[in-house]
Design a protein around this ligand. Structure first.
Ligand code: GFB
Length: 311
């Protein structure tokens, strides 16, 4: 990837896409292409085709997706499967058709079976039943991985897939109904503190284990792989994570501590727990020379600062 290459970031306003854009700019990449949702609807095949025909991006970061937390995924499964399938199919096909040199597709760690052995290795894909709360999203992301694989196989394209663990950071969604756990808890603890509430309600039992990666680390890993590797170097796809997880209860305690909330934590067990544990095996990524650098405490403190700056 040259500094003058035409690089298209699909989803540049999202949490991951905006972090990728920022790092590429800081590294001196000067020919970045992006479109807002209003300018280009990625679920519309004709619009995507025309855009690629005109722009012919040499490199594509496919970070556009419909995403959400456990409740949004289980409430709107049709939207999650339809929109994600359309975005992936349209962008990957157009990238092939108009000669994109390399594409990086972002999946999710929810593609693994619900009861996969931990930590989860790349080869556990499609070895068991998926977690029901996010099956629709997972099926769409698995389709994206296989689109890249089969286009590479049949057409000799260079399309890589990466599977991030649970991400967090600036530009995350803090809506309590649709967000992931980490931003939800930042908001809940912050509001409980400023309103002197006696307790904070956490969904589920608090026992599920999750791994959290700061979005700047995620973006840095994506750019590292784009700069240094090709699809054939990374086999079918590669996990991106830190290799350590914590319980939701521990996460709540860390966030409560950082925010300085002294009330009680209450568990609402009428809400789902989801997968009991999601921890990625990141040895392949480490072997390729990349490691995370932002610790969870540091990342949460920085994300909290960002959240406060938006108030
Ligand atoms: O982050 P989260 O929504 O998604 O929830 P998943 C993780 C865990 O935190 C679950 C609990 O056990 C939730 O019940 N939790 C506790 C909360 N309090 C809250 C809260 O206030 N809000 C939320 N959202 N959770 C998603 C998938 O799974 O992870 C997606 O649905 C995607 O497909 C994404 O893969 C990364 O980790 O369970």
């Amino acid at each position: 990837m040259k500094l003058s290459s035409n690089i298209y970031i699909a989803g540049h306003r999202g949490m991951v896409g905006s972090a990728i854009k920022k790092i590429l700019e800081s590294k001196g990449y000067s020919n970045l292409t992006y479109r807002t949702h209003n300018e280009l609807d990625l679920t519309d095949q004709r619009e995507v085709d025309s855009f690629f025909e005109e722009e012919k991006p040499e490199y594509v970061f496919l970070a556009a997706a419909k995403v959400g937390g456990i409740l949004a995924n289980s409430t709107y499964p049709a939207d999650f499967i339809y929109q994600n399938l359309m975005i992936e199919a349209n962008v990957i096909h157009a990238a092939y058709k108009y000669g994109t040199k390399k594409l990086l597709f972002l999946g999710s760690s929810c593609i693994y079976p619900k009861f996969a052995p931990q930590p989860m290795k790349e080869e556990y894909l499609l070895t068991g039943e998926l977690e029901e709360t996010n099956e629709a999203y997972a099926i769409a992301k698995i389709a994206g991985i296989r689109l890249c694989k089969h286009y590479n196989q049949q057409y000799g394209t260079n399309f890589m897939s990466v599977m991030p663990t649970n991400l967090y950071g600036p530009n995350d969604n803090f809506d309590l109904q649709t967000s992931h756990v980490l931003p939800a808890l930042i908001r809940k603890f912050h509001e409980a503190k400023i309103n002197s509430k006696q307790n904070v309600i956490i969904w589920g039992t608090g026992s599920p284990r999750r791994e959290f990666l700061h979005v700047n680390d995620m973006a840095a890993a994506c750019i590292y792989l784009m700069e240094k590797y090709d699809a054939f170097n990374i086999d079918e796809f590669i996990n991106i994570g830190v290799g350590e997880d914590i319980t939701i209860k521990e996460l709540a305690e860390i966030i409560g501590d950082i925010i300085g909330y002294e009330g009680e934590i209450v568990y609402d067990t009428s809400k789902p727990d989801g997968t009991p544990q999601k921890l990625l095996d990141v040895s392949r990524l480490n072997e390729l020379g990349w490691r995370f650098s932002i610790s969870l405490r540091e990342g949460i403190a920085q994300t909290y600062e960002w959240y406060l700056s938006t108030k």
